[in-house]
Design a protein. Sequence first.
Length: 518
Amino acid sequence: MADQITDAKQQQASATAQQVNIAAAKELASYVRSTLGPMGMDKMLVDAAMNSVVTNDGATILKETKITHPTAKMIVEVAQAQEETCYDGTTSSVVLTGELMRQAEDLLSRKIHPTKIAKGYIIAGKRAEELLDNIAVEVTDELLYEVARTAMTGKTAETEKDALAKICVEVAQATDLDNISITRRSGGKISESLAISGILVDREKVHHNMPDVVEDAKIAIVDVDITLPEFAQQIQVQVSDNTAVQEFIESRKDQLLAIAEQILKSGATVVFCMRDIDRFIQEHFAKKGIYAARRVARSDIEAISKATEARIISSIDELIEDDLGYAKKVEEVQVNDKPLVKITGTPTSDAVSVLIRAPTQHVVDEVKRAFDDAVGVVSVAYDNGKVLPGGGASYLYLSRELKEYASTIGGREQMAVEAFANTLEIIPSALAENSGLDPLDTLISLRQVHTTKGGSTKGVNVEEGGYIDMIENGVVEPLEVVSQAIVSASNIAAQILRIDNIIEMKPEAQFGDDNFDY
Ligand code: ADP
Ligand code: MG
């Protein structure tokens, strides 16, 4: 009797935990679902200080949104992993997870055990991954370009996506992602964005008498202040007479001069400093025709070091010729009346820089995010070598195949595989809905065409309704993005379903608490 009561309680507890988790997953999915696809809506995110970001990038929304529910947090982590490995498909992975949970809710109400559902989802996810290979297409230069365009559709970058897509393909083919640095400059047209082989740094010379161009540059990189050590700066002088003050100033100048000379002695003609450079030293550098920039960002310092082979120095006393890097040319160029440092002809020729331009800071930030993703997606497609038709086509193909596959599996898992197959239709359905089309009509016509020969490349025609051939229309995405989104959604849904109880963890004892273990 007592056992039965505990059992009933246990069941009730798991039912509530599941309901709570399902509700959280569904809510999160519905939150980002309206942003899916080229006609997706933007969201405006506002923080307590009224700073705002306008975006339709699923990853940004999830990153910037305060999410407290533990299950929702787990899903956000999946989306983040998706973003980190594939640079795209975050919204899709969250929408799929939410729909898998909604379908699971239905199966649970029909008394199918959660572990059976979880098992069916995993089986279906694995099978889906294998099936995708059947409709994958080998990449070509043209397809890479379409991948970039597809990745940018529906974002602010869209207006100029041809120009940006060209840059994407150019840089992704030229080098690894690690060697690509992106600089932003507002006040200009998106179409004025450009890529150079070399490095662009958003800095300027510290003294107007410094040269604008240094050829055959010997580059020193310093990550500390170029000035007197702190103790020497803090010495106080008793002002008894003017000569003492004069003497003090003179001796300080001598010390600063020694530091400047130390750098010059190494043979450096260009100095990039991460911190500040003393005014007197700046003047001395200018007199000697040295180019110097200060407060250079750590990421830029690292990129310069890698490309020019300069060692980053923290102790100026130890700077020697061997530490210097090389570039054929270091020059200051004006972009929109503001300077930028351009470093070209470096020994490691892999460095590539992209300058993103747009009218305002908001736009330039959003374009940069879109470009970042697009360039990542293009390298994923380039490295992995395969792409799929977009617009929901591959999801419909999988859905159909999995329904057939389900019939070969016996037991309760079969129903879970069928539910999984139905889940995949949420992608074309949401794409249709977000484009103002009737999702059910669209699905019906798509399902029909997918039963015909050559139908598996048909997806949602977001412009005019109905379906079109996605490959012919250049809507393509990397195989990796789709398979990762599906596999991670099935894994996380299975993991959430296996949670049968939510137990609040005791907070860890803090120093000073009664229960702290001294
Ligand atoms: P995610 O964060 O999942 O990448 P997106 O908002 O970028 O979400 O939308 C991606 C979806 O939009 C993909 O399924 C892709 O195939 C589809 N898509 C992109 N461009 C088009 C288009 N021109 N027509 C139809 N579908 C498109
Ligand atoms: Mg996308």
